[in-house]
Design a binder for this molecule. Structure first.
Ligand SMILES: CC(C)=CCC/C(C)=C/CC/C(C)=C/COP(=O)(O)OP(=O)(O)O
Length: 290
């Protein structure tokens, strides 16, 4: 009987907070709403220590915070959400910690594609971005399964950056751009009797065709499937980007609340969206000039 009452109270509380959120979001939606917010989920281990939890429980709480934030962003109309879940540098942590994080990652990815998951319920497409070759086979397979299973969803997009750093992304994109350009040149060479690299270099226009530009590299970024972020939020008071979305963040608003990642909540989202709206025209102008 007590359990039933507890469940009913919980349900009532969920309904009240959902109504409260809807009111806040309908007021916020009068102004411009960011289309893409990216998160650096910092402070999970510190949260674990602060709350006297077992090692690893901070990351579990971090995953719950991510699901809540995903729901809030979706309700507000933010279409793209990106999270920095594991950097290439994180592989240097103690092997037991890396192993436990990877286990959690696999478990949570499988949770994300269950029938009753938020991704299915809300129609969220999931991408895993990064050097996925560096992941263990089971984690990589889980990530690939999630991408295939949600490929038909289009209401919102969650990009999970794993085995990711910006410098690795940029090097990878430059390599692919060079290979693509080299293929183009070879094909043109084969079709053009008498045409060769040296001949082409004498012609101004064709010479430019040999160059790799920003748009070439841009197209080969892992993150090319989504627009650049409008806002990056890094929790736990740190304001460094730590090799995250360096290519994509030239004109983006940065926000670093002191809350640890598992403590992030609605108030942080509301605050940063208000700040985005206050700076909207200035940021729009900067993007136009870029
Ligand atoms: C499937 C999926 C998206 C899972 C995500 C799970 C999750 C919350 C991962 C966060 C991983 C991580 C290294 C966070 C940084 O906090 P930290 O460990 O560096 O903590 P600290 O800043 O207190 O040291």
């Amino acid at each position: 009987m007590e359990a039933v009452n507890g469940k009913q109270v919980g349900h009532l509380f969920d309904n009240i907070s959902s109504f409260f959120r809807q009111c806040i979001f309908s007021v916020l939606s009068v102004g411009p709403v960011p289309s893409h917010i990216a998160f650096i989920m910092d402070g999970n281990r510190r949260y674990s220590k602060k709350q006297n939890l077992l090692d690893g429980d901070g990351h579990k709480a971090g995953f719950s915070a991510l699901i809540n934030m995903l729901k809030y962003c979706y309700e507000l109309g933010v279409k793209y959400i990106t999270v920095y879940a594991f950097s290439i540098d994180n592989f240097r942590r103690r092997p037991e910690e890396v192993e436990s994080l990877m286990k959690l990652m696999q478990e949570k990815i499988d949770e994300l594609i269950k029938e009753e998951s938020i991704a299915n319920h809300l129609g969220i497409r999931i991408y895993f971005q990064g050097n996925l070759k560096l992941l263990s086979d089971p984690v990589r397979s889980a990530a690939e399964r999630a991408m295939v299973k949600t490929a038909g969803h289009s209401k919102a997009v969650l990009s999970v950056c794993v085995a990711y750093t910006s410098t690795d992304e940029i090097v990878h994109a430059v390599q692919e751009s060079c290979e693509e350009k080299w293929d183009e040149i070879r094909k043109r060479d084969a079709n053009n009797a008498g045409g060769n690299l040296i001949g082409l270099e004498e012609n101004g226009k064709d010479k430019d065709d040999h160059l790799i530009g920003v748009t070439n590299v841009d197209r080969h970024m892992y993150m090319a499937v989504v627009p650049d972020p409008d806002i990056i939020i890094r929790t736990s008071g740190e304001s460094r980007l730590s090799n995250f979305l360096l290519w994509q963040s030239a004109n983006c608003l940065l926000y670093s609340p002191t809350a640890l990642w598992p403590e992030i909540g609605l108030r942080h989202l509301v605050w940063v969206v208000l700040d985005f709206q206050r700076n909207y025209l200035y940021l729009k102008e900067k993007k136009k000039q870029a």
